[in-house]
Design a protein around this ligand. Sequence first.
Ligand SMILES: Nc1nc(=O)c2c([nH]1)NC[C@@H]1CN(c3ccc(C(=O)N[C@@H](CCC(=O)O)C(=O)O)cc3)CN21
Ligand SMILES: O=c1ccn([C@H]2C[C@H](O)[C@@H](COP(=O)(O)O)O2)c(=O)[nH]1
Length: 289
Amino acid sequence: MKQYLDMVKYVLDNGIKKENRTGVDTISTFAYSYKVDLSKGYPLLTTKKMYFNSMLHELFWYLSGEEHIKNLRKKTKIWDAWADEEGRLETAYGRFWRRYPVPEISLDGEVFADENNPWVTREKNGQLVFDQIQYIVDTLKEMKTNPNHKNGRRMIVLAWNPGNATISKLPPCHYTFAFNVLGNKLNCHLTQRSGDIALGIPFNLACYSLLTMMIAKECGYEVGEFAHTIIDAHIYENHIEGLKEQLTREPLKLARINIADKPFNELTFEDITLEDYESHPVIKFEVAV
Ligand SMILES: Nc1nc(=O)c2c([nH]1)NC[C@@H]1CN(c3ccc(C(=O)N[C@@H](CCC(=O)O)C(=O)O)cc3)CN21
Ligand SMILES: O=c1ccn([C@H]2C[C@H](O)[C@@H](COP(=O)(O)O)O2)c(=O)[nH]1
């Protein structure tokens, strides 16, 4: 994928050396953006072998709304370093995607959705929560018959909750995304505060591109573009050689994705198949914890 290789080259050429909490320095750039046209194929990197199954388990974990990795860790180890022995995690994306806490006390004149709202439920522990993914799916369906939908430019999912994020061991990196309809095409824009270009970004790109394809299918849209803005876009120093190796490799034809004919909420791991994926060999990168 040319856009990825361009980003790698840009950060290698322009990055500034920076220290960070992990003890492994990075070369960093500010606010790198790129776009991919999803109608041209599925943007899974071909210049190294990608562990598609780990990414797919991660996406279904997000969609499950689980706040822990008790189930995910049976499928992939990629989140183990940030959880405790029991599989508990201080911050989990899916918890906020599908169960974002809603306050029950408001100021004079201010509104918050209550239990009568279609996306709000009360959990067993008494907390009111909002399902942002269902809100997106329902709104996109309503827009088919009502292009002037009041929420047509308000299709936002937020994973950042300051009261959690600012004290968490690992707050969300990809913390907000927005859907956008143009013609009959569904676009998605992801904002990421911090991006590990060798390890995290290829997963994030593949994950949100697939999510966009799944939602487009459910709601009757063609796939449009995936756009990604990475605020601190960095390469860890011990990843430089592996990324330089990738730059010498010629990108191969993009793979395709097949999604089973099932309602979005019933899709499981087995319903998504990766077709015609060919790649250059694996490159091992060590993850900075
Ligand atoms: N420093 C850092 N980089 C990240 O990308 C990252 C974090 N931390 N913390 C939270 C999550 C966990 N993520 C990870 C963690 C590990 C891999 C990883 O090891 N990937 C390997 C092998 C995957 C596998 O064995 O299935 C790869 O080659 O992609 C990828 C993403 C992304 N995130
Ligand atoms: O999905 C993800 C999750 C994490 N990352 C990277 C970005 C950073 O290298 C680290 C997080 O460290 P912070 O100090 O919290 O920024 O993980 C990613 O690229 N993608």
